[in-house]
Ligand binder design. Sequence first.
Ligand code: GDP
Ligand code: MG
Length: 193
Amino acid sequence: MGKIPVLKVVIAGDGNVGKTSLVRRYCEGKFEASRVATIGVDFQTKVVELPAGSVKLSIWDMAGQDRFRVVRSGFYRGSLATALVYDVTDLISLANLKKWHQEISGITPDQKFIVVGNKIDLERVEQVEAAQTFAERITASYLETSALTGEGVTDMFRALASIASSHLSFPQDESVDQQNKSLRDEDPQSPLG
Ligand SMILES: Nc1nc2c(ncn2[C@@H]2O[C@H](COP(=O)(O)OP(=O)(O)O)[C@@H](O)[C@H]2O)c(=O)[nH]1
Ligand SMILES: [Mg+2]
């Protein structure tokens, strides 16, 4: 049996947009209406079954560090994909995603992104178009979630897992020869074919 690959992903965005709540909802299935902001790094793992095989996500949440730029650069290293999260009731948190994107791609140039609008259970400020335009500009998909109701949360982490695993050649249980053979047989873009 092959080992499940562990993929580091980051949840970034302004304080209070619901990053920790999204991770809690996904990993623990719960939501707490009033929670104390975490100090340090919050980190959880969860196995995700993708059509091509299973991966284990190691999910790094910015915790209390949102304002501490110096601490963050080490935090991003080794990350494959980042969810840039804003709050759909807060225009500033959307505008600030540009800064988060710049900071993270400056440190890890190969980072892949998704853009997430959280708190869709609340009355939103009309900004979907701006969010979609931003997502297109950074070639990211755009998703919406509610950590409170759970809507869209599984899709968000599946999307993250999917882009974070795009460099992997599934299935891992097969020998290199078999993998190359299936590449030749199935992938029209393969340089081997
Ligand atoms: N209504 C609503 N509140 C949310 C949602 N997600 C988070 N919150 C609340 O927003 C506040 C900040 O959430 P938190 O997860 O700590 O944000 P973080 O600073 O980005 O990690 C908390 O009071 C949460 O209960 C959501 O989807 N809907
Ligand atoms: Mg937090």
